[in-house]
Design a protein around this ligand. Sequence first.
Ligand code: AMP
Ligand code: ZN
Length: 459
Amino acid sequence: MIVFNTLTRKKGELIPINDNLVKMYSCGPTVYSRAHMGNMRAYIFMDTLRRVIKFNGYNLLGVMNITDVGHLTSDADEGEDKMEKAAKKTGKSPWEIAEHFTDLFLKDIARLNIERPEVIAKATDHIPEMLSFVEGLVEKGYGYETSDGIYFDIAKFPSYGKLSGNSHLDDNIAGARVDVNTEKHTPADFALWKKAPKEHIMQWDSPWGRSYPGWHIECSAMGRKYLGDTFDIHTGGVDHIPIHHENEIAQSEALLGHPAVNYWMHVEFMQVDGKKMSKSLGNTYTLDELEEKGYSPMSFRYFCLNTHYRKKLNFTFEGMESAKIAYSRLKALVDESKASSQQADEKIISEFKENFLNAVNDYLNIPLGLGHLWMLLKNPPAKNIYEAVIWADKVLGLSLDKDESSELTIPEEVKAIAEERLAARKEKNWAKSDELRNKLSELGYMVKDSKDGYELEKK
Ligand code: AMP
Ligand code: ZN
């Protein structure tokens, strides 16, 4: 299995520390709001990697964190705590916000066939582990105290910046922002621990008074707790390379005296009009919004799988439409083979299996794997073709064995409006009927009236 390592900038064989167990850590969501489809691209990548690892016969121990404290509005530790900000805005407690969005996140990933990692670790459940990590760093001279927290001194860690190639040592403090923290030794020094102002709801006792963890420390501390001092793979989005993951590397290596992670793997952005899909740019979509427009979770998954994870993926509704059509065609072809009692030549099957395995093992070339699948399905339908598809679907996770295509499902909301319109027509209330037709149209549906009822079609 060939993988690309961001740290070495090279492709190479994945060689796990333990013969048949791969240990992997994935940066998870900050649960202050609903995860969007850009985030979901990152978790579909994580899931695909997990599936390919298992496909190769390895056991897997995967950890994903849930950030429910300490992630400030800028990844570089400036601004407010995202959880507290959301709490203030809604009048709920940060704990309630965290529970609500964690729950939604776990439901969303299940709808996208993203398997839950073996361990889901919440930051607030690991305060003692984080605190002792920071105390260790301070004892070793890597952490220093300022009036608002404990900071990591990047100048004491000479290889700082090795993941991104930017050491940040020359960053100009005056050129940065108005509210720069001038007590820092170097502008890019980052917060290990933050002293809590009175109004900060989430706070704990520490040697430095009431306080709360910085964002980066949770991943170092929880990764170590569940996966040990050195583990195989760490994943995240490319936005984490220059700050969050540099900081994780610095914290862990400074404390342990050796690298904690062997392979760093990062997924490229999902973009909208050339810009990262992100909450701050206001260009996000959620899974519910896609479904309302008639796109199922599986067509989104197909949309993602069709582009290599290291390429930028532009989100467009034309792209979603093509993915939706392709997925339902694929599904229809698979169903034909499922229903068939014929057998294809075994050579066709074994060639497909070899090609598919080679593709996914060549640093997760899933688009090529899908290409081989389409080629296989060009053959006349056959039972053993169906069996081979289901074998490949262990990697793809596209529910190709499910009977009914969820693509054909019309959202409940749309159905309800159509029924209401039918009732209005029966009552000859044409004004209301027209009004409801417009409403359906706004939701992306055309309604065709027939003698006894209607048919709905996606526009
Ligand atoms: P966050 O909740 O902001 O910490 O992000 C959760 C995960 O989603 C991280 O691994 C990010 O790198 C990733 N991510 C955020 N936005 C995008 C995007 N537009 N495309 C791909 N991954 C993203
Ligand atoms: Zn992380």
